[in-house]
Design a protein around this ligand. Structure first.
Ligand code: NAD
Ligand code: LMR
Length: 328
């Protein structure tokens, strides 16, 4: 017997990430090749954006995806999020050259207050929320705080692009296959302060740290390359990453919904006090996922260098949070 469709809301649906994301959700890459979906697409009311959304919908129809059980266009989060099981909050302003993601807070924070309130009012009580719009951690925090009737644990931020970038750099450095890398994580904020940590990582069972054995490369090459990859893409393309961001969003939601098979993945999730991160801060952690739930990997040793990195990214997040207090 075929499964009942689930509702997937995507904001910023006519934007660049939306264009790289929707077709993959509709083809079953996110929730499984046996899971029908109804897409509930949100764009700003502006005529140009709504027209662009109409065009994207025509293309979705023209793909004749067997799993696409319905498509809705919305201009109001109160209708777009009605009964939604999954919400991918992508719609927000991207940064341009010379900006940091935190510079977007003033422009984007209010979007996430309004959308958090709408999710609180009308979404499924089990809705799984992924915030992609930058600055992603703090926007997820704002949405979570604006939705007091929903479980806080269901609000997550995207650190998966950073995780995937780190894996790719490590595979290149060690001459191994990216798919063979395990136990990698990225702690903290989706910003240049993030701490991509391969101390526990393995490739085909061997320690990557031992294979590389070069702390100078870690500090002076690896961490800045991963941390500033978004800016490097903007400098090269003139636009922020889109296909790789959409791919990471698919990975994040797929693993959350369908399980990571015991493997570590990185998600930005509200802390419960793990590793000394104050409760409620949306922080990149190593997690495993099963049965629709994530679990932070606990008990990892944090050495002095790692602690310094974690403290730095935490301080930045606390600063961002202070800056949005007035909205909450
Ligand atoms: P884009 O400008 O191409 O598209 C954004 C879309 O969102 C536009 O179509 C716009 O009309 C829409 N939008 C704006 N406000 C909205 C609202 N209140 N409700 C619904 N839709 C709204 O931008 P993009 O390249 O798709 O990037 C979207 C966001 O994702 C940016 O903030 C970008 O910085 C961020 N991003 C995050 C990551 C990550 O790893 N977390 C990676 C890449 C991009
Ligand atoms: C990225 O990491 O590519 C995105 O967050 C976009 C950006 O502004 O860097």
């Amino acid at each position: 017997m075929s499964k009942a469709p689930v509702r997937v809301a995507v904001t910023g649906a006519a934007g660049q990430i939306g264009y790289a994301l929707l077709f993959r959700i509709a083809s079953g890459e996110m929730l499984g090749k046996d899971q029908p979906v109804i897409l509930q697409l949100l764009e700003i009311p502006d005529e140009k954006a709504q027209n662009a959304l109409k065009g994207v919908i025509m293309e979705l129809e023209d793909c004749a995806f067997p799993l696409l059980a319905g498509i809705e266009a919305h201009a109001d989060p109160m209708t777009a999020f009605k009964d939604t099981d999954y919400a991918l909050l992508v719609g927000a302003r991207p940064r341009g050259p010379g900006m940091e993601r935190a510079d977007l807070l003033a422009a984007n924070a209010q979007i996430f207050t309004a959308q958090g309130k709408a999710l609180n009012a009308v979404a499924s009580r089990n809705v799984k929320v992924l915030v992609v719009g930058n600055p992603a951690n703090t926007n997820a925090y704002i949405a979570m705080k604006s939705a007091p009737d929903l479980p806080a644990k269901n609000f997550t931020a995207m650190l998966r692009l950073d995780h995937n970038r780190a894996a790719s750099q490590l595979a290149a450095k060690t001459g191994t296959k990216v798919g063979d890398i395990r136990k990698l994580t990225v702690w903290g904020n989706h910003s240049p302060t993030m701490y991509a940590d391969y101390r526990f990582a393995t490739v085909n069972g061997e320690s990557i740290k031992d294979k590389i054995n070069d702390q100078v490369w870690n500090k002076d090459v690896f961490l800045p390359t991963v941390g500033k990859r978004g800016a490097a893409i903007i400098a090269a393309r003139g636009l922020s990453s889109a296909a790789s961001a959409a791919n990471a969003a698919i990975d994040h939601m797929r693993d959350w919904a369908l399980g990571s098979g015991g493997e570590w993945v990185t998600m930005g999730v509200p802390s419960n006090g793990e590793y000394g991160i104050p409760a409620g801060i949306v922080f990149g952690f190593p997690v495993t996922t099963a049965n629709g739930e994530y679990k932070i990997v606990e008990g990892l040793e944090i050495d002095a260098f790692s602690q310094e990195c974690i403290d730095k990214t935490l301080a930045e997040l606390q600063g961002e949070q202070d800056g949005v207090k007035h909205l909450l």
